[in-house]
Write a protein that binds this ligand. Structure first.
Ligand code: ATP
Ligand code: MG
Length: 794
């Protein structure tokens, strides 16, 4: 037959070949990471086209990201001469957008309708709440947004929601008002894109019929992460004459928190009466040390459909494990290692930079790595989320800081004059702009001329900035930023948002960023690593040093009112604030040029789904971070984290690094961390510990000739946490019996740094033993008992 001789099919294994050439019927390809699911899906499209079974217009393929869609089109074009524009390849939202653009009249939308992202949606909800005098205490905008999105995902319009109780009645009313406003303004939110296209298909028979005939083949990648509405939407496009080809991996379902239903796979099999189910078990991506690690890890999950993966690629290199004393040291180690990778070693050629990925669990972790890369001049690119200084909340914060420096910065003025909302409407702002234009002055200077309520609100805003400028005059950069975060109302504002926690984390990261900036500018890059007692006397009073040092040390937080950083360009001296703002602008803007083709790839594990790289670093592998604090409480949460870790590991082809740090400055606080439990679930034989498996660190243990602190004391004499004696040189693996720490939950203990606290829980044994302690003044901390000394208080 034609098909088996086609060169397209030449390199497929028998199961892949079977999947690619399945008849025009519904099918499910269930297979593990790197087994060629995406390749099979792409090849099937090419095969269907090249054998004339379908024309480009008859194909719809759903990918999980826009990037994946682009990649698929590129591959198709490489396989055969075809106009990919005619094909519907994209994400659910992308395809719905395309659909609504094509049928805007039917959808009752303006041709040029705009899309609201999550943030815009929230502002829209807020406007409704304000305009109709809704009691925000009872119906916070965030909750309303959640409610509205939830309804849409369940396919419910306001009239369809069951009115249970007074509260729901009111919520539905707000939902309706919001809908009216969106309709009036010609905008649609994400949920609306899906729901409206679903409804048009449902309600318009000729259209429905048209599309069911048109799309002969519907192919969906990453099926395990579809939600209810997406599933219903697919069902709407499916019919007697076409087939749905779904590929997925239950072990890679990582979006349950956003409504993904792994159960869609089982539903699909029964509701579509799927007769063809194919498993792919050969992994083509990774060497077996990497793959064994992934397999072994995921075996610890109970809820699995069960499948296995094997590779013929041989063991390859061991998985390298590294323990750093601090997050900063971890980042610097990554940079060092990266350099080796890029340069090559002996007979091994260097890896291209874009074949190296650095992964982390949460966005807030990227900042310290970005800074290290930036300082080392290593080109990098951040995916899935904006670069740190480009994030909206950071830009808002920077705008406030800029206004402190320069009240006439109109861009910053406009950005925050009504953010957080303070009753200065678009019309007032327009009038203000007109006035400023007429008088040829800044918005700030024109504000005095505005009258009425808007004028009063504007005056209040300006008064606030003036007061803040006064109050921060003698403060350090850190204190300035902290005060600004509070006084601007930004923190308060984000507390009320659904995704606000992340933003607050990022704002706290801004404090860290400022601090390391001051440290590094003050001492030059190398100074960060200097132990306290090697600094010249008085050095600490000249410059605040805290990154890399314990911020709770009193001398580390010395205010440095007269600290000035030289500005290399102008020869003038800038205030720390001005210097920092310059740094932020440079790092976000011009540096873009660096982020070209050959750049190291930075991203969260979530956004790495489906991708692959020669070398992968998974950083921050610490309890409370990965698995995340929130997930640790329940079984399902932990299984999802384990799947996430499985996704992370299986991104690597040749080299995998796993790293963790004993301490981490995160969200403005130094955390003492324990390495993740996932290390205990990996096959020991596949791992190579670059640092001794024992906690603790020291000069020789980390292979640094100098520069890394060996004598730094974290908790004064008593803590003895990182006093260096734990690793005499050369490091000897410490054979320690399980410590008889004699601690119990509920016990009152004393810690030299945090003071008195109560043990909430204890975990682990021997060197891994740790205690969760609630300190009234410092909050809840996890402390490794091998490092932190806790004395019972009686
Ligand atoms: P994930 O679950 O991570 O999305 P996947 O199952 O979609 O992975 P692919 O990305 O399609 O896997 O394939 C993994 C790698 O293996 C790709 O580089 C692909 O080109 C390669 N590959 C797949 N099948 C074969 C094959 N038969 N021969 C050679 N290489 C293959
Ligand atoms: Mg894939």
């Amino acid at each position: 037959e034609v098909e088996s001789s086609s060169p397209l099919l030449a390199n497929l294994n028998p199961e892949q070949l079977a999947a690619v050439t399945l008849p025009n019927e519904h099918a499910l390809i269930l297979a593990g990471a790197g087994s060629g699911k995406t390749r099979v899906l792409t090849t099937r499209i090419a095969w269907l086209l090249s054998t004339g079974q379908v024309s480009p217009g008859g194909v719809m393929a759903v990918t999980f990201t826009n990037k994946a869609a682009k990649e698929m089109m590129t591959r198709l074009q490489a396989m055969l001469p075809v106009n990919v524009r005619g094909m519907w390849i994209g994400t659910f939202h992308g395809l719905c957008n395309r659909f609504l653009r094509a049928h805007w009249r039917l959808a009752n939308l303006p041709q040029s309708f705009q899309i609201l992202d999550t943030q815009d949606q929230l502002s829209a909800v807020k406007r409704v709440i304000k305009q109709f005098n809704v009691d925000e205490e009872r119906f916070p905008a965030k909750e309303m947004q959640w409610f509205i999105s939830g309804c849409k995902e369940d396919g419910l319009r306001p009239s369809m929601v069951e009115l249970r109780g007074e509260d729901v009645r009111k919520k539905v009313e707000i939902y309706q008002l919001y809908e009216d406003q969106c309709q009036r303004e010609g905008v649609v939110d994400f949920g609306e894109l899906m729901l409206r296209s679903y409804e048009i298909m449902r309600d318009d028979d000729p259209l429905h019929e048209h599309y069911r005939r048109r799309f002969r083949h519907i192919l969906i990648d990453e099926f395990q992460d579809t939600n209810r509405l997406q599933y219903a939407w697919i069902k709407m496009f499916a019919g007697e004459h076409n087939s749905v080809f779904a590929v997925g991996d239950d072990d890679q379902s990582i979006y349950a928190f956003r409504g993904a239903r792994v159960g869609n796979m089982a539903d699909f099999v029964s509701e579509f009466q799927v007769r063809h189910q194919i498993k792919l078990e050969q992994n083509y991506r990774s060497h077996s040390n990497i793959l064994d690690s992934a397999n072994e890890l995921i075996r610890h999950n109970q809820r699995r459909l069960g499948k296995n993966l094997r590779t013929t690629q041989g063991p390859g290199e061991p998985v390298r494990v590294y323990e750093a004393p601090t997050d900063l040291a971890e980042a610097q180690w990554i940079v060092e290692e990266l350099r080796h990778l890029v340069r090559g070693e002996g007979p091994r050629e260097g890896f291209p930079r874009n074949e190296i990925a650095v992964l982390y669990r949460s966005n807030a972790q990227s900042r310290v790595i970005e800074t290290a890369l930036f300082n080392a001049g290593v080109p990098y690119r951040v995916y899935g989320g904006l670069r740190f200084f480009e994030r909206a909340e950071i830009k808002h914060a920077l705008a406030y800081l800029r206004l402190l420096e320069n009240p006439h910065d109109d861009t910053s003025f406009l950005r925050v004059v009504n953010f957080p909302p303070r009753g200065i409407g678009a019309r007032s702002i327009e009038q203000l702009q007109d006035a400023a234009r007429a008088r040829g002055c800044s918005l700030h200077d024109a504000a005095g001329a505005t009258t009425g309520r808007a004028g009063a609100n504007l005056a209040a805003f300006i008064g606030r900035i003036v007061a803040l400028r006064e109050r921060t005059r003698d403060l350090t950069l850190r204190e300035t930023i902290e005060l600004m975060l509070g006084e601007s109302g930004l923190i308060e504002h984000y507390k009320t948002e659904r995704e606000g926690a992340d933003r607050i984390e990022n704002l706290e990261e801004l404090v860290n960023a400022a601090e390391s900036f001051v440290t590094q500018e003050g001492f030059g890059r190398d100074a960060i690593a200097l132990p306290v007692d090697e600094l010249a006397p008085g050095a600490l009073t000249q410059s605040p040093v805290s990154q890399g040092l314990d911020p709770s040390l009193p001398e580390a937080n010395q205010p440095a009112p007269d600290y000035v950083a030289p500005d290399a360009d102008t020869g003038e001296t800038l205030s720390p604030l001005a210097a920092f703002l310059t740094h932020a602008a440079l790092e976000s803007g011009d540096n873009q040029a660096q982020a070209g083709q050959d750049a190291v790839q930075l991203m969260t594990v979530h956004s790495a789904k489906g991708l692959e790289f020669d070398c992968v670093f998974i950083s921050g592998l610490e309890e409370g971070l990965f698995p995340s604090e929130r997930s640790m409480a329940d079984h399902d949460g932990l299984e999802e984290e384990r799947r996430l870790m499985y996704v992370a590991i299986t991104r690597a082809r040749k080299r995998l690094y796993l790293s963790h740090s004993q301490t981490r400055l995160l969200h403005g606080q130094t955390r003492y961390n324990v390495r993740t439990r996932f290390f205990d679930e990996l096959p020991e034989g596949a791992l190579k510990w670059l640092t001794p498996k024992d906690p603790g660190f020291g000069r020789s243990a980390f292979g640094y000739g100098s520069g890394y602190p060996t004598t730094r004391q974290y908790g004064g004499g008593g803590g003895g946490a990182y006093s260096g004696e734990r690793f005499a040189s050369p490091p000897v693996p410490q054979q320690k019996a399980a410590p008889s720490h004699g601690l119990k939950a509920g016990m009152k203990v004393f810690h030299t740094k945090f003071g008195e606290g109560t043990i909430a829980s204890l975990e682990g044994q021997g060197d891994d033993a740790r205690a969760q302690v609630n300190f009234p003044r410092h909050g809840v901390k996890w402390l490794a008992l091998a490092v932190a000394k806790l004395t019972p208080v009686d």
